[in-house]
Design a protein around this ligand. Structure first.
Ligand code: FAD
Length: 361
């Protein structure tokens, strides 16, 4: 769609058993930021069955308007039906931006919709900004463009501009925005949308739903994360160390923090350490502990980075932590660019001292 006449920031809200999912509320907060910068409305978009009440709750969580399509055929997620209705909504109302959670549903819906609307899509964003943008090929300045910010495949963070078509569609990675507090006093408009489906939308039939087994590791719910990197393989003198020693040390630190400060603590890891495939850490440092671009995005109160260099792919997953304590032998390690407590030293010497200090304090 062309940019003319487009307005408002839309957020597609996922829900389960009558409640919004946490990541959807996070993306709604991201949408609030975009809408405020645009000086336009934040619109929550919902699809499903018996969801009018939920549409009102979206207003309480920060939307100015909620548009919902309520049909028996939309009771379970179906990519063709959902794409059809969203496409009809977007064609009718012409949003400026549309945000989705970067999860299984958002990653399925957003590209389908972008294709049908003939517009751009930037995936896996960790931040969104709004700014004017000069497009050299046509010497045009586009006002109020949503800039989509995400790590690229190497060492940089990319800023993506999709100036010429609307809506600007983006998926946003969970863990990067905090949901807004629910305010039952907030007022907003709730609109029912009647979409129409066609036979070919029912080529895929959902026969049943089953939850996947849940991992026992809850990085995103932790108040404190003690993360290990490849630096655990050698001490400060260059002597090889059994990685289990560092794992035990990390657990001792975790237990001390939990006992002394009453925090929920988890052990995390860089991808470097997980993919090193060390026999000693088999079944212990598993992929559900990975922090970063292709792992979890976390923002605990305290993040300990032990022997982690701080590649851009690791940093994008933990840079919103309230306090970052980094221990690294190399004073030029990139992790120190974002650490609140940079400690240059050997983790095998420094961690026992930190444990002692916390116990004493
Ligand atoms: C598409 C893509 C996606 C990726 N996704 C992720 C991701 O989600 N998460 C992630 O973590 N990585 C990810 N990576 C990998 C990333 O680029 C890095 O390779 C990885 O993070 C490095 O892990 P590391 O910091 O443990 O190891 P290294 O980079 O090898 O760093 C080890 C550090 O330990 C220090 N050190 C050594 N000995 C000690 C000691 N005794 N005491 C203290 N410090 C010591 C060293 O100075 C060094 O800085 C991705 C890469 C790509 C291309």
């Amino acid at each position: 769609m062309s940019e003319s006449g487009s307005q408002d920031a839309w957020v597609y809200m996922e829900h389960q058993a009558g409640e919004f999912t946490g990541p959807s509320l996070e993306v709604l907060a991201a949408g609030r930021k975009v809408a405020d910068k645009l000086g336009q409305k934040l619109v929550a978009v919902l699809l499903g069955t018996n969801i009018e009440k939920l549409a009102h709750i979206a207003i309480e969580y920060g939307a100015d308007q909620a548009i919902y399509a309520d049909h028996a055929e939309l009771s379970n997620y179906g990519c063709l039906q959902y794409t059809r209705v969203l496409h009809q909504m977007a064609q009718k109302k012409r949003p400026h931006a549309m945000l989705f959670v970067a999860d299984e549903i958002g990653r399925d819906l957003a590209p389908r919709l972008a294709y049908r609307l003939e517009t751009g899509l930037a995936t896996d964003n960790i931040e969104l900004e709004v700014t004017d943008y000069f497009y050299p090929p046509t010497k045009t300045t586009y006002k109020n463009l949503m800039v989509q910010i995400r790590p690229d495949f190497a060492t940089r963070v990319a800023r993506i501009y999709t100036p010429r078509t609307r809506p600007q569609i983006a998926t946003v990675r969970p863990g990067n925005f905090k949901p807004l507090p629910k305010n039952p006093m907030r007022k907003g408009e709730v609109i029912r949308f009647s979409g129409s489906l066609v036979d070919s939308d029912f080529k895929v039939v959902v026969e049943g739903m089953e939850d996947l087994p849940k991992s026992g590791v809850d990085l995103q719910g932790a108040d404190c994360i003690v993360s290990l990197g490849l630096g655990i393989l050698k001490d400060g003198k260059g002597n090889p160390r059994n990685p289990l020693e560092a794992y035990k040390l990390a657990n001792e630190l975790a237990d001390t923090v939990a006992a002394k400060w009453g925090m929920k603590v988890e052990i995390g890891s860089s991808r470097g350490l997980i993919y090193a495939g060390l026999k000693e850490l088999e079944g212990i440092i598993t992929v559900d502990r990975q922090v970063g671009q292709t792992g979890k995005t976390v923002s605990p109160d305290i993040y300990f980075a032990l022997g982690i260099s701080g590649s851009v792919q690791h940093k994008v997953g933990m840079q919103r932590s309230a306090k970052i304590v980094a221990i690294n032998l190399n004073p030029k390690a990139p992790i120190f660019e974002i650490a609140h407590y940079p400690i240059v030293g050997d983790l095998y010497e420094v961690v026992p001292k930190i444990i002692e200090e916390i116990r004493r304090g």
